[in-house]
Design a protein around this ligand. Structure first.
Ligand code: DGL
Length: 262
């Protein structure tokens, strides 16, 4: 029960999932890995994504974690099943199932899914949403400029022009937007300005309930109080803190460098 939950993403985006887990599961120990060395994941091949994720999962196994959360839509969409087959002894949870269920529960009928190129190319969101409700009219858009704007910290200046250029054309056609990348909730307030009166579904928020449910039904919830949250990046620690300090509270925490090899 005291064993940690392992969480990973290509960079700071998965910290939005960490925020959710910290709030919903206050006793859990957590290890976070941001794979900034290989960021962005959105333009990578399936083979590359499998290789990056495998290295991180093997690191988590060496830390004896009790569960691994793919705090990343791109790997959840493209390599989750293959990874689970390759690592049958550790439970892996991706973010997409919970996000689609959340959209249907909130009765979104005409969603626009925005995500990385690799997530959109997989068509995973459209397939799952249709499986849950075949009346849903799904539109999908790859928005590859957004992750670099978040990772560089440029989003802090306001990136309205980019958001308008992506989203304006959809504003009259949709009743919801699915943030199908864990970097995008960082832009939620800005997206709200560009698309007012539209339901926003966030993959980073939806996943919390599923993790809580899994740990509860498997009697794996930590009953002791939290002892640590460890945050690692395979990239530059200062850049990592700079780009995430606007939405993540580092009080008492330090980001460490993790070398996972070439
Ligand atoms: N935040 C990740 C996702 O949810 C990866 C984005 C990227 O590195 O391109 O897809």
């Amino acid at each position: 029960m005291e064993r940690a939950i392992g969480l990973f993403d290509s960079g700071v985006g998965g910290l939005t999932v960490l925020n959710t887990i910290q709030a919903l599961l206050p006793n859990e120990n957590i290890i976070y890995v941001g794979d900034n060395k290989n960021c962005p994941y959105g333009n990578k091949t399936k083979e590359q994504l499998f290789q990056y994720a495998s290295r991180i999962i093997e690191y988590f196994i060496s830390c004896d974690v009790k569960l691994v959360v793919l705090a990343c839509n791109t790997t959840s969409a493209n390599v989750l099943e293959e990874l689970q087959l390759n690592y049958p002894n550790i439970k892996l949870i991706g973010v997409i199932d919970a996000t689609c269920k959340d959209a249907i529960e909130k009765q979104v009928q005409k969603p626009l899914v925005i995500a990385t190129q690799a997530t959109i190319s997989s068509n995973k969101y459209a397939i799952l949403l249709k499986e849950l409700d075949n009346q849903v009219d799904v539109q999908s858009l790859a928005t590859p400029l957004l992750v670099p704007l978040v990772e560089s910290g440029m989003y802090k200046e306001g990136i309205y022009e980019t958001l308008h250029s992506y989203l304006d054309v959809y504003s009259k056609e949709i009743d919801g937007i699915i943030l199908g990348c864990t970097h995008y909730p960082i832009l939620k307030q800005q997206i709200k300005v560009v698309l007012p009166n539209i339901t926003i579904i966030s993959s980073s928020e939806a996943i919390g309930k599923q993790i809580h449910h899994y740990l509860t039904t498997h009697q794996m919830l930590n009953t002791d109080s939290r002892k640590y949250v460890s945050i690692y990046t395979t990239g530059d620690t200062e850049e990592f803190v700079y780009s995430s300090s606007g939405f993540f509270d580092y009080t008492g925490l330090q980001v460490k460098y993790l070398n996972l090899g070439d």
